[in-house]
Design a protein. Structure first.
Length: 257
C-alpha cells in the first residue's frame, strides 16, 4: 500500500467514522454479537467501565486499539458494518498479527530523531503505536483524551492549536508500506500558435467570430484543430456556411453542405 493511501484511510477513519477504543479489536462494528465477543476477550475489556462503554456503543461504531488500527487498515478494513470485522480479513496481505512493540521492531530506519519523519511512518512509545500523517500530526487509537481513533499533535515536532499532544519515543518505516513518491502528472503540452484553439494573434478576432457564428464547427467537442491541410469538404462546408449566413446559398442551384 502506498503511504498516501495508508494515511488517507487513517485520516478518513478518524474524521468520518464513529470509533471506540476496544482492546484486541481491528475494526469490528459494535453489533450485539461483537459486543459479547469483545467484552469477554481481554481482561482490559472486562473492566466494568470498559464493558459499559462497549455495550453503550451504537452498532455503527467500529472498535480498534492502537496496533489493531494499523493492522485493520492493512488487512483490508473498509467500513463495511455488515461484515464481522468491518471488511478486514485476519492477517491478510502478508501483514502478521503482532503487537505494538513487535511492530516497531520490524520497521526500518528506526530513530529517535524526528526531523526526517515521513507521512505513513509508525510512531511508537512503549506499549503504544500510531502513524504520522504529516504537518506535525499523527493518527492514533487511544483510551486517552477522546477514547477513540483520533488525530493528535506529535510533541517531538511541536504542539498544534486544537490538538492534544503526545511525545513519542521513536519512529520508523513500516515494511508493509511503499514510501516512494507518487509521480507528478506530466503537464499537457501547449498548442503551437497558429493552430486549433490557439490561433496567431493576427487571426484571433476572425477565428473567434467564425466560431461564434457557427462557420467553424469543430469536432463536436469544442476543438478546432487545423494543423493538417484543409480538405475540399471542409472548404465547401465553410463556404456554404458563409453563403448561408449572407442569404446567398439558396440562390445557388443544388447547393449542399
Amino acid at each position: 500500500m502506498k503511504a498516501k493511501e495508508f494515511v488517507d484511510k487513517l485520516v478518513d477513519i478518524a474524521r468520518n467514522y464513529e470509533t471506540l477504543y476496544v482492546m484486541g479489536c481491528f475494526g469490528a462494528p459494535m453489533t450485539a454479537a461483537n459486543k459479547k465477543r469483545y467484552t469477554q476477550n481481554h481482561p482490559y475489556n472486562k473492566q466494568a467501565a470498559r464493558t459499559a462503554m462497549i455495550n453503550a456503543a451504537s452498532a455503527d461504531t467500529f472498535g480498534f486499539d492502537c496496533v489493531c488500527l494499523i493492522k485493520g487498515v492493512l488487512w483490508g478494513w473498509n467500513g463495511d458494518a455488515s461484515r464481522t470485522y468491518g471488511g478486514a480479513g485476519y492477517a491478510e496481505n502478508g501483514v502478521p498479527d503482532i503487537g505494538a512493540d513487535s511492530m516497531i521492531k520490524v520497521c526500518s530506519g528506526v530513530t529517535s530523531d524526528f526531523s526526517g519523519i515521513v507521512p505513513g511512518a509508525a510512531v511508537w512509545l512503549e506499549g503504544h503505536i500510531g502513524v504520522y500523517i504529516g504537518d506535525g500530526l499523527a493518527v492514533e487509537c487511544s483510551p486517552k483524551w477522546e477514547n477513540k481513533v483520533q488525530i493528535t499533535a506529535v510533541g517531538n515536532i511541536g504542539k498544534k492549536a486544537g490538538y492534544n499532544t503526545r511525545t513519542w519515543t521513536k519512529w520508523g518505516r513500516l515494511p508493509y508500506i511503499d514510501y516512494t513518491a507518487e509521480p507528478e502528472p506530466a503537464p499537457e503540452p501547449e498548442k503551437p500558435a497558429g493552430t486549433g484553439d490557439n490561433p496567431s494573434a493576427w487571426a484571433r478576432e476572425a477565428t473567434d467570430y467564425c466560431k461564434r457564428k457557427g462557420i467553424f464547427v469543430g469536432d463536436g467537442a469544442g476543438n478546432y484543430d487545423w494543423k493538417e491541410p484543409i480538405t475540399r469538404e471542409q472548404v465547401a462546408a465553410v463556404l456554404y456556411r458563409v453563403l448561408t449566413a449572407a442569404g446567398v446559398a439558396e440562390l445557388i442551384p443544388d447547393a449542399k453542405q
